[in-house]
Design a protein around this ligand. Structure first.
Ligand code: PMP
Length: 404
């Protein structure tokens, strides 16, 4: 994989070579994406859709081509691809739109114990608004989703299931196809949080048969401030817009406003057209590398992290040995069995140029379930190497020596 395409990886941190292992939080950007942002603002910046002038038409064309690129990437059609600000925004939009139209008092929404806060809090807020009930799929001993318990939770009051395809804390790949199959057998739609899966695995919304899928561009080598809400056309046609404003209307009259066609009905205001263009370049970049090759490379790295970590004394790996994509969570213990706070370890790794994430990773209910104040998480991207992992382990050994 082409490390040299990512200029930031040449930066020094505290005088050390940067070892960037915080890709689950955000990925670095290849030169083609950086160039696309500069190109957009310096060559064809103009507001999209409304202008007859040349620049506006060029910007519109680039933005709509980007939508087609996302659709191709996910195996959707362009009108099913709604651009948002990110995964969080996508879920909030869905909770408002779907929630307003489909959820009533006493209805149930199902999420799992290992969700990111952004796949919990919008549903909690909806449940509060509608006096509905948020149900939580428990985890088995090995931290995988308890499918048997889940099956028993689906009933005639269930309105929606929303689960992550890949856990941002544990890296575990959840059996979303199975989750969808059981929900669909009872005509219940499913939203898949693809924030941690789309950058690491080939995701095909048709094959998966999810009703909605959400993701963030910045986690797949694209710009921040851009995300996607994919929805099956049958759903998007019948759901109301989540936000009002320009772009999303057909006509505005004092007595009644009519809405635009898909996907614009869900895109109020000026969209992030430079971001969408830059993201299309990120997708092209990933396509050139090949998502299957990326997946294989990252799987090897994740296995290597686990192998090297398990060679260290007093390190606990969470969900060790399970099939993962991108991330490994672990903690370090003193000889006397006491937990060394992950922040302390993280700070010492940082001083050695190694960037990992520490804390609750925006998944407090899962961290509480693990019974620790947080974890250390090493997460990889296509540019990481075994050498990076060796540097992580060497830095960790030094940190442990200092803290024990
Ligand atoms: N869901 C998951 C599984 C995530 O990992 C993240 C980001 N850590 C989010 C949702 C939220 O994404 P964003 O902050 O880009 O909206």
């Amino acid at each position: 994989m082409r490390r040299e395409d990512f200029p930031i990886l040449n930066e020094k941190v505290h005088g050390r070579e940067l070892v960037y292992l915080d890709n689950a939080a955000t990925t670095q950007k290849p030169q083609v994406v950086l160039d696309a942002i500069v190109e957009g603002y310096s060559k064809w910046n103009a507001n999209v859709h409304r202008g007859v002038h040349h620049l506006s038409q060029v910007a519109t064309e680039k933005h709509e081509q980007a939508r087609k690129k996302v659709a191709e990437w996910l195996n959707a059609v362009a009108e099913e691809v709604i651009f948002t600000k990110g995964t969080t925004d996508s879920i909030n939009m869905l909770a408002r739109s779907f929630g307003d139209a489909m959820v009533n008092e006493g209805d149930e929404i199902i999420v799992s114990q290992l969700e990111h806060h952004s796949n919990i809090v919008p549903w909690q807020m909806l449940c509060e608004r509608k006096k509905a009930v948020l149900k939580v799929i428990p985890l088995r001993e090995d931290l995988s989703i308890d499918i048997e318990a889940y099956k028993g939770m689906l009933n005639e009051r269930t309105r929606l299931v929303s689960v992550a395809q890949v856990s941002n804390v544990l890296g575990i790949i959840n059996p979303v196809e199975e989750i969808i199959r059981y929900a669909h057998a009872k005509h219940i739609p499913v939203c898949v949080d693809g924030a941690q899966s789309v950058p690491h695995l080939a995701v095909d919304v048709k094959k998966m048969d999810c009703d909605f899928l959400v993701m963030s561009a910045h986690k797949m080598y694209g710009p921040t401030g851009l995300g996607v809400l994919y929805g099956k056309k049958e759903w998007l046609d019948q759901l109301p817009p989540a936000e009002g404003g320009g772009e999303m209307i057909e006509h505005v009259r004092w007595d009644k406003t009519t809405y635009n066609v898909l996907p614009y009905k869900f895109e109020a205001g000026t969209p992030n057209y430079i971001g969408s263009y830059a993201f299309s370049k990120a997708i092209e970049y990933v396509q050139e590398q090949g998502i299957d090759d990326i997946a294989r490379h990252e799987e090897e790295l994740v296995e290597y992290i686990e192998e090297r970590l398990s060679g260290l004394k007093h390190v606990k790996i969470y969900a060790a040995g399970q099939k993962k994509a991108g991330a490994v969570s672990f903690n370090v213990y003193r000889v006397d069995g006491g937990l060394i706070h992950p922040f302390d370890v993280g700070v010492l790794l940082d001083r050695q140029g190694v960037a990992v994430r520490t804390g609750h990773h925006c998944a407090e209910p899962l961290i509480e379930h693990l019974g620790v104040p947080g974890t250390l998480r090493a997460s990889v991207g296509l540019y990481n190497t075994k050498e990076d992992i060796d540097k992580l382990i060497a830095a960790l050994e030094r940190a442990i020596m200092m803290l024990e």
